[in-house]
Write a protein that binds this ligand. Structure first.
Ligand code: SAM
Length: 272
């Protein structure tokens, strides 16, 4: 991918990005040398990194399946959606309900261009390049107003994205803006890196992200729980990724199931 494919036009390939590093950690091919070097540095500090990426992806699948199949949600707003990979939100949701609608949002141009290609033939899904720190621009976008009916319940997904929002950018205010835009009966799904355990490894890996545009802010369980205020968490509440409704039948066994805290990220789904 280093010969500058057409989709890379205008992308700063010399600066690693969280989206492309995650793609590489998951075995994807939409990344560049700088992303791969940065990911190797993360792995040197935190060898479980690729397993955490896989564990997070499995949580996302289980959460979307729960929302579509059990909670009856038909509309999804996936914030910080990433580079498309196996089991994207629209694939899981539309696998349950072919009428499910999905709007993907990411700040990273490579994530957006690949999502756009993937969704070209899907009239019920769209992607928007935007910054979640600007909720009004997302909520007022033509993609959201065309595809999502905010007078009906919607699931807002913030899966491994909030730790890319610094404290100074008011993560609680961002969540609050999306919560205020949704009606009761809507849901929020979150996963978030914590350094409550394995602090040295998490902070070591976090240092690598200082060279990316987004940086990383791990937060404590108490702080993450506070960000979820206004939502009633469904069982089992706020837990390490592999412990959120494990379901081998859908998606397979989490690689960190035997020792969930190795996933260094907490996950929850809450109902407004
Ligand atoms: N949500 C997907 C998942 O869990 O599999 C992808 C997670 S990936 C680790 C984090 C994504 O958040 C990246 O694609 C990154 O570009 C995006 N991101 C980071 N900061 C963002 C922001 N301020 N606005 C929108 N997207 C952002």
């Amino acid at each position: 991918m280093d010969e500058m494919p057409g989709w890379a036009a205008g992308v700063d390939v010399d600066r690693p990005s969280a989206a492309r590093m995650y793609d590489y950690a998951l075995g994807g091919s939409h990344n560049f040398a700088a992303d791969r070097e940065a990911t190797q540095a993360v792995i040197a500090a935190f060898p479980d990194g690729p397993l955490v990426a896989r564990s997070n992806r499995l949580f996302l699948h289980r959460a979307v399946r729960f929302l579509a199949a059990e909670a009856g949600i038909t509309q999804f707003l996936d914030l910080g959606s990433g580079v498309p990979t196996v089991g994207n939100v629209h694939e899981v949701a539309q696998g349950v309900n072919p009428q499910a609608r999905v709007v993907y949002v990411d700040i990273d141009p490579v994530a957006v261009v690949h999502s756009r290609m993937l969704l070209a033939d899907n009239p019920l899904a769209a992607v928007l390049q935007a910054d979640i720190r600007e909720p009004a621009s997302i909520l007022g976008s033509s993609e959201v107003t065309r595809l999502l009916d905010l007078s009906r319940p919607v699931a807002v997904l913030m899966v491994t994205v909030l730790h890319f929002v610094a404290d100074g950018d008011d993560p609680a205010g961002i969540i609050g803006a999306f919560r205020a835009a949704t009606v009761p009966g809507s849901y929020l799904a979150v996963s978030h890196v914590t350094a409550d355990e394995r602090a040295e490894q998490v902070h070591g890996a976090g240092k690598v992200y200082e060279s990316t545009p987004t940086g990383v802010t791990p937060r404590s369980r108490a702080t993450i729980a506070g960000l979820l205020a206004g939502y009633d968490l469904v069982e089992p509440g706020l837990v390490y990724l592999p412990s959120w409704r494990p379901d081998e039948a859908h998606g397979g066994l989490d690689p960190l199931a035997a020792d969930p805290s190795r996933a260094v990220a907490l996950a929850a789904v809450g109902r407004r």
